[in-house]
Design a protein around this ligand. Structure first.
Ligand code: C2O
Length: 551
C-alpha cells in the first residue's frame, strides 16, 4: 500500500471561545474558533487521518460536524449534537475528533452542530488528491481560492434562534450576507481583492454555502465557470456563468482569467427564493483583480444577477450536473432493497398543555418528515443508545416508509396533508448493512418560499431526478438518470417539488438526515437512519473513543 505510506496525520487544536468583531459599524461578541472568523481551514489529502482536539471555552455546550465527511466506521466523530454525541460542555470541555478521509476529494467544510452557533463557528475542509495523484480535470489550476458564503446578524445568534422558536416561526432574517466573513457593498471604496489573477491562467474556486437561511446565486462579472465537483464529488465539466448553491452545498469551479486585465470585477452572492413575494434580498460582494496591471480608473464591474426568484436558472443548474465516471467511483446501484416516500414541510402540532405562545385553536408550527416532527433525545445520543442496544426511552425504530396522508398538490389532499397534525417523536429507520435505499423526497410546501436543502450524514447519495409538483412514479421513473447521476450530500428539494436519491447503507452507525435551513432542524425537519454492523470485522463500528462526551 504505497498510498498508506504517504498518508499523513493532519492535527489541529480548536479553541472555541468569544471573539469581539466589528461589522456594520457595530462591535459584537461572537463564538469563534482560535480567534478567527471564519475559523481555521483544514487541508488534507486523500488517505490522511484528521485529528482535531476541540477545547470548548465558549459559554455554550456545542459539538462540531465535519460536513460531508463519510466517517467510515467513525460515526463517533460525526458531531451532530444528541445524534452522534452529547455536547462538549461549555467552559472548558474537550473532545478529540479523529477520522480518515480516504476516497474523498474536493471541498467540504466543518461547522458547529448545536443551535444557531454555526453562524460563526465554521470553516473550510479541503481534501486534495493523494501524493502522486492529480485532479481528474483540466487545465490544472494555477492557484485556488476558498469562498465561504455566510450570513450576519447584529445580535447574538443564540437569542435569534430562541426568538424564532418561541414565536413559532418568527422571522430570523439576517442583516447581511458575508463572503469569507466580511460584509462588503458595491459602494465601498476599493476593498482589497479576494483573488488576484494572472491573465490566461486558470483558478480553482472552492465555494461553500455556510448561510443559515438562504440558497444563493453566485457570479463573477466578466467570467464564466466550469463546475468540476459538487459536495466533494467530481462532476462532468459543466460550463455556466452562474452557480446555484443551497445551504450545506459546495461547488468546485474552474475560472479562467480571460477578461480585460485593466479592470476589476465583483464576485457576488445573492439570495435565491422561489416564492414571488419573498421580501429578503441581499447581495454580498468581493473583488477579483488582475496582477501587474495598471488599473484603469473605471468602476469595478458588477455581474448582472438573476431575478431573486428565477427558479428556471436554479432548475437548469442542478439538472445539468452529471457525475464524472472514474474507475474508483462505484456506479449507481441498480437494485433497490428499500423504497421510501418521505413528505416534508412545515405543519402544525397541537399545543402542549403547558405551552405558552401557542395558538390554542391552530396549534404551533412544527416541521416534519412523514408527519413526524423529530425530537432530539435527552438522556443520551442516538448513537450511544444504538451501541447500548436501543434502551427504552431514547428512540423507536418506527419511522414510517410512507406518509400517513398521501400528498397531492392538485386535490384537497394537499391541504389535508399539510394541515394534518404532526406527531413529535424520535423515530429512526433501521437499515441492514449494505442495503440500497431509494428515497423520494416530496416537498409539500405550497405556501413556503423555500427549497429545503436536505442533508444526509455519513453518505453521498446519487440524485436520480428532481422536478416540480407531485412526484408521479409512473411518469418520473423514466426520467431517472441511472447512467451518470451526480452524487452529493445535500439536495435542494424545490418548493412544491421533489427529488429522488439513492444510496447504499455501507456505513454502520446512526446518521441524521435533515433540512440545512438552520431553524428547521429544531422545528423537527429531520429523521435518522440506523445502519447495523456488517458481517465482517472490517464492517463493525468500533467502540467510542475514551473521551466521548457524556450527557
Ligand atoms: Cu452541515 Cu447536519 O449538517
Amino acid at each position: 500500500h504505497l498510498l498508506a505510506a504517504d498518508a499523513a496525520i493532519v492535527e489541529h487544536t480548536f479553541h472555541v471561545g468569544n471573539l469581539s468583531v466589528v461589522r456594520l459599524g457595530q462591535s459584537q461578541v461572537i463564538t469563534a474558533v482560535n480567534g478567527q472568523f471564519p475559523g481555521p481551514k483544514i487541508e488534507a489529502r486523500d488517505g490522511d487521518t484528521v485529528v482535531v482536539h476541540v477545547v470548548n471555552g465558549s459559554p455554550y455546550n456545542l459539538s462540531i460536524h465535519w460536513h460531508g465527511i463519510l466517517q467510515r466506521l467513525s460515526s463517533w466523530a460525526d458531531g451532530p449534537n444528541m445524534v452522534s454525541q452529547c455536547p462538549i460542555p461549555a467552559g472548558g470541555g474537550r473532545y478529540t475528533y479523529r477520522f480518515n478521509v480516504s476516497g474523498q476529494e474536493g471541498t467540504l467544510w466543518w461547522h458547529a452542530h448545536a443551535s444557531f452557533l454555526r453562524a460563526t463557528v465554521y470553516g473550510a475542509l479541503l481534501l486534495r488528491p493523494a501524493p502522486g495523484a492529480s485532479y481528474p480535470f483540466f487545465p490544472r489550476p494555477h492557484r485556488e481560492a476558498t469562498i465561504l458564503l455566510g450570513e450576519w446578524w447584529n445580535a447574538s445568534v443564540v437569542d435569534v434562534e430562541r426568538q424564532a422558536l418561541l414565536a413559532g416561526g418568527a422571522p430570523n432574517n439576517s442583516v447581511a450576507l458575508t463572503i469569507n466573513g466580511l460584509i462588503s457593498a458595491s459602494s465601498e471604496a476599493s476593498p482589497s481583492p479576494l483573488l488576484t489573477v494572472v491573465r490566461g491562467r486558470t483558478y480553482l474556486l472552492r465555494i461553500v454555502n455556510a448561510a443559515l437561511n438562504y440558497q444563493l446565486f453566485f457570479k463573477v462579472a466578466g467570467h464564466n465557470f466550469t463546475v468540476v465537483a459538487a459536495d466533494a464529488c467530481y462532476t462532468d465539466p459543466y460550463r455556466t456563468d452562474v452557480i446555484v448553491i443551497a445551504p450545506g452545498q459546495t461547488v468546485d469551479a474552474l475560472l479562467r482569467a480571460d477578461a480585460d486585465p485593466g479592470r476589476r470585477y465583483y464576485m457576488a452572492a445573492q439570495v435565491y427564493q422561489s416564492l414571488a413575494n419573498a421580501t429578503y434580498s441581499a447581495t454580498a460582494t468581493a473583488v477579483l483583480s488582475y496582477h501587474h496591471h495598471h488599473q484603469q480608473r473605471q468602476e469595478t464591474m458588477m455581474p448582472s444577477m438573476p431575478a431573486f426568484n428565477d427558479s428556471a436558472i436554479a432548475e437548469r443548474f442542478y439538472a445539468s450536473l452529471t457525475g464524472l465516471l472514474l474507475p474508483k467511483v462505484p456506479t449507481v446501484p441498480l437494485r433497490v432493497d428499500t423504497r421510501m416516500l418521505v413528505t416534508f414541510g412545515l405543519g402544525v402540532t397541537p399545543c402542549a398543555p403547558a405551552q405558552t405562545l401557542c395558538n390554542r385553536t391552530l396549534g404551533s408550527v412544527a416541521a416534519s418528515m412523514n408527519n413526524v416532527s423529530f425530537q432530539f433525545p435527552t438522556p443520551m445520543s442516538l448513537l450511544e443508545a444504538h451501541m447500548r442496544g436501543a434502551p427504552d426511552g431514547v428512540y423507536t425504530r418506527d419511522f414510517p416508509d410512507r406518509p400517513p396522508v398521501m400528498f397531492d398538490f392538485t386535490g384537497a389532499a394537499a391541504a389535508a396533508a399539510s394541515m394534518a397534525p404532526t406527531a413529535k417523536g424520535t423515530k429512526v429507520k433501521p437499515l441492514r448493512y449494505n442495503e440500497t435505499v431509494e428515497v423520494v423526497l416530496q416537498n409539500t410546501a405550497i405556501l413556503g418560499a423555500e427549497n429545503h436543502p436536505l442533508h444526509l450524514h455519513g453518505f453521498n447519495f446519487y440524485v436520480l431526478a428532481q422536478g416540480a409538483g407531485n412526484f408521479n412514479a409512473h411518469r418520473h421513473v423514466r426520467a431517472y438518470n441511472l447512467v451518470n447521476p451526480h452524487q452529493r450530500n445535500t439536495v435542494a428539494v424545490p418548493a412544491a417539488g421533489w427529488a429522488v436519491i439513492r444510496f447504499t447503507a455501507d456505513n454502520p452507525g446512526v446518521w441524521i438526515m435533515h433540512c440545512h435551513l438552520d431553524a428547521h432542524l429544531p422545528f423537527g425537519l429531520a429523521m435518522a437512519f440506523e445502519v447495523e454492523d456488517g458481517p465482517t470485522p472490517d464492517a463493525v463500528l468500533p467502540p467510542p473513543p475514551p473521551d466521548y462526551p457524556q450527557c
